[in-house]
Design a protein around this ligand. Sequence first.
Ligand code: NCD
Length: 299
Amino acid sequence: MKHLITPNDLTNEEIEELFEDAKLFKDLKSNNLLDGKIVVTLFFESSTRTRSSFEIAAKRLGADVVNLEVNTSSTNKGETVEDTVANLNAMKPDAIIIRHKDCGLPESLKSYVDCPIINAGDGKNAHPTQALLDLFTIDEHYNGDIEGKNIAIVGDIANSRVATSNLELLPRFGLNPILVAPKRFKVTSSFKTVSNIKDVIDDLDIIMSLRVQHERHEITASPEKQAKQKEKYIKKYCITKKLMGNRDILLLHPGPVNRNIDISDEMLLDPRSKVLKQVENGVAIRMAVLKKFILQKSE
Ligand code: NCD
C-alpha cells in the first residue's frame, strides 16, 4: 500500500504522470472515476483551502466524503489518534486524509490502516500536496521551462511545512531555492540563505512568501518587543510593489495570507501574484493524487 506522507514518496516520473492527470482535471469538471469510493478527512489543525480542496477534489471524482469533526469526536473523550484511525479503518474507507500538529504522526499511522494515508500537513514536517501544487503552478507558468529558475522562499522557514516540502521537491526539478529570513526563522541548510531580499531580488524568477507560523512559536518577548519585531519584519519581508518594481517575478503564497505583513494589498491584485491560481490548481492536483492513490494496484 502506497501512502503520501512527503514528496519523496513519489518519483519524478510519478510526479510527471500526476501533472499530466492534473492538466486533464484543470477544468475541475465532475467525473465518475472514484464512484462508490469513500474518503475520510481528519483535520486536527485549522484549514480553509486544503480541507475544502480535498473535499471538492474527491467529490469531483465522484467519491463520497466523510469529514470527521475532531472537536466533537472521541479524541475529546481520551481516545488516541491511533485508535481513532484504527476504528475509522475498520469501516473500510478508501483513503484517509489527515492533518495534525505532531510531526511524523501520519507516518506512524501507516501500520493501522489498509487504505492510503494522505498527509495534509503534520506540524512543520511536511505538506506534500501543497508542494506539488506549487511546483505545478510554476511549471504551468513557465511552460515546463523551469530548470535553473531561482526561487526565494521568504519568511518563517523554520516553522513552515510548506517550506520543508518545497525544499525537498523543487530542487529535484532543477529549481534553485534561496532562503530569505530573519535569524529567528532561518534553518541550517546547504541552500543560499540571506536576511535581506534586496540582496537577491535581481536574480529571482519566483518568490514564495510564507506566513509567520505564530501557532508554532513559544512566545517569550514582551508585547512591546513583539510589536517592534512585527514592524521590522514587515519593513524587510513584506512583498510590496516598491520591492518588486517592474521585475518579471512570479509571486506565490500557500495561504492564508496575512495582508500587508506577508504581501501588500496592492501586490495581491497585481497580475504577477498567482495566489488564487495556486488554489485553483490545488483542486486539480488533489484530484490527480486521489485518483492515483485510491486506484493504486495492491502490492
Ligand atoms: C499552509 C499550512 O497549513 O501549512 N496553508 C495551506 O495548507 N494552504 C500554510 C500556513 O498555514 O501558513
